[in-house]
Design a protein around this ligand. Sequence first.
Ligand code: MRU
Length: 344
Amino acid sequence: MHPHIRFTPENNELHLLDQRLLPGQEEWFICRTAKDIIFALQEMVVRGAPAIGVTAAYGCCLVAATADPVSPGWSRQVDQELNALAATRPTAVNLTWAVDQMRRVWRDRPHMSLEDLRQVWTEQAMALHRQDEANNRTMGVHGATLLRDNDTVMTHCNAGALATGAYGTALGVIRAAVEAGKRIHVLANETRPFLQGARLTAYELSKDNIPVTVCCDNAVGLLMTRGMVQAVIVGADRVAANGDAANKIGTYTVAVLAKRHNVPFYVAAPFSTIDFATASGADIPIEKRTPREVTHIQDKMITPPGVPVLNFAFDVTPAELIAAIITEKGVLKPDQLISFRSEF
Ligand code: MRU
């Protein structure tokens, strides 16, 4: 996969491969202001927790780039725009994590000029982007040891290069296993309603020649009954301190079925997705998205007019259903996370 998030510091533009249009069209959405970034995050031009974090970090750069250095109120304006950026999607903790990282360097040098802040933030955002890819590659090496040659691995949503700075979390583990010479077949659940599995996971794996088959979300039970799945690996939007993990709606259902059929269920997530301030999954905010994602397929309405719709974007898988959490620090049992609390 080629890079899908490209920042050009010379002119302060962020180019995002528009994920709303994949796989049919490869078009770039250009962000020049914080408003553009907020639109891109809310409308899911870019999505996936670590990719949201990387985009938000570059968003801070655009906030600084567009602030007026001669206005005495520039720092208040920057502060307000950062708050707006951090509020765009509630579940993916990488968003607030990334904005906090950027704020921290500002807080350490509060009297910095706007020009210096622009410079420091550009370096910081690019470093955060590089670090995300490095973490994913390390997670891949750790997680690949859990997969065997000829395994069929199910995944839900898209936790690949497109959902991160590069390489992917769940798909990073699969990529690393393939790079280590294992033959892995991927079952991508289609992931209604935004179809991250059918559109994005299938797109990026087929581009990399990794065998992938798309399945309807409601086929999971049958596939497991038939012994067609050896492992499940998913990403996460936020992992609570006790190891409960929020991920795309439907993940919990897959985890319950995996338990029933003795299929190991793994979560691949960097520490930027682990939220030690949230005690358990019950405290994780769950994003509700527009009914239109459910009522329409492209421009065609498929439900009767006036019928209400529930469109929760995420659910929470309790730690007891998770065999291990694959992180850049190694493969951990969910209850081992807490021992890393003081480090973060
Ligand atoms: O609504 P989305 O597409 O942003 O949801 C994304 C997911 O649920 C991913 O599985 C998660 O962010 C992990 S991405 C490495």
